[in-house]
Design a protein. Sequence first.
Length: 538
Amino acid sequence: MLSIIDLSVTFTTSYGNVDAVRNVSLSIGKGETVALVGESGSGKSVTALSVLGLLPYPLATHPSGQIRFHGKELLRAPDTLLQKIRGNQIGMIFQEPMLALNPLHTVLKQITEVLMLHKGMGPKEARERTMDLLNLVNIQDPNQKVLAYPHQLSGGQRQRVMIAMALANEPDLLIADEPTTAVDVTVQAQILTLLKQLQQQLDMSLLLITHDLDVVRKTSERVYVMKNGAIVEQGLTNETLRKPTATYTQQLIQSEPSGVPNPVKDAASAILQSKGLRVWFPIQRGIFRRTVNHVKAVDDISIEIRAGETIGIVGESGSGKTTLALALARLVSSKGPIVFLQQSIQNLKNRDLKPLRRDLQIVFQDPYGSLSPRMSVGQIIEEGLIAHGIGSDSTRARLTTEALEEVGVDPDSRHRYPHEFSGGQRQRIALARAIILQPKLVILDEPTSALDRTVQAQIIDLLRQLQQQKNLAYLFISHDLKVIRALSHKIIVLQKGRVVEQGQTQHIFNDPQDDYTKALLSAAYDLEIEKTSTAVLQ
């Protein structure tokens, strides 16, 4: 169905030409699932975008190659041919649905546009087909969701909307670019199952682009492994992953999160404590905006974190993980006592909280969004020192250099801006910004969710090393249970704002008691755990 032959892609930049893809060849047969695997920057997405002619020409050029779809040459095809194929015969699920979906248009508007453009449907027929598509991808309450805007949907729901748009015209080939990145393990399992079901129903071929080898094992028949723009290994999935021949493939397989956290000292003091913490958001209706109910984002949660200890917070999107962290850091209003470094901070005013901010730092989930694009890396890291009046100019410059060295970033790059770094480097920069203030507690909100396995392993090792050197306490939020297991001493499992299970990490993993915990572990490890069902996850 699709043949890519000797494809090369070169980008023209202010720094010179960059060879993003070098002599790549791959093929996909009818009804087949093929995985394209590699780290960020390996050329996976560039290869896929070349198929549909979506690269920014003339900045991107093709020194060599052919792309044939059903025997038609696409690489240098006229726009009229590509417009007929895009979204009609070849659908694409883009990597980040929040960016790929139009924030100004409802779900209904965006899906019906595809149907009206390619199929010539009228508004009524397109709406009926849209409802069928939302039911096909298992969107709950489609009558309400169809009128929602992208920001009003969860990550999993946005991803399902993207799948519905890509399948609207029943394409022969679906290109899925990282369709499960940064979603919960349960949502990931549901999306992968959904893609396989739809593939069988529509007799569709699937090109799956990912850095997650677990996804590759579950879905693909054949796999191509890319590094630095070139294919380094290819073959049947089971055979390639069981007996890889390329050194790079072996490194990818061995980069699974592993190890255990360093033990906590018996005499370790409590850094942060809270009992019966609540964060309820009011639901207001009517002309006078009367409160008719509450969204109980955090409901009666108690927690204690000691020096040198990592508490892992686990749960699906909407379970209250991030809200709990923001409440403990006094960044959202809450009820219940919060004691930080033996001082009650629940009712402190902002000016009284400011000195304590130095000891409690946060690394946010999206480093690209949390780092100012207008400031250099050096200015970003130094900003906290300036805010707290620490050191002279020369002292701050020295501390900035030391912080970058600690997290493994070249200090000479401190004059560059965030967009000039990879995702892993940006996460290291965000970590440097937090540790430069020598905090006692660092809240880590999904710091590895969108990172490649190799970079993820490096960040885990770095966090362990910093914790041992500085006796740091971590509140670690993640949906990746393998990462949680490698870093956390204790785990708190949240569902709909409440604790359903908590305890020592190994005890939770070896002998989970709650059905919801069993369901999470089953989705993460493909375990056959008794009583686990889809109903539990809902």
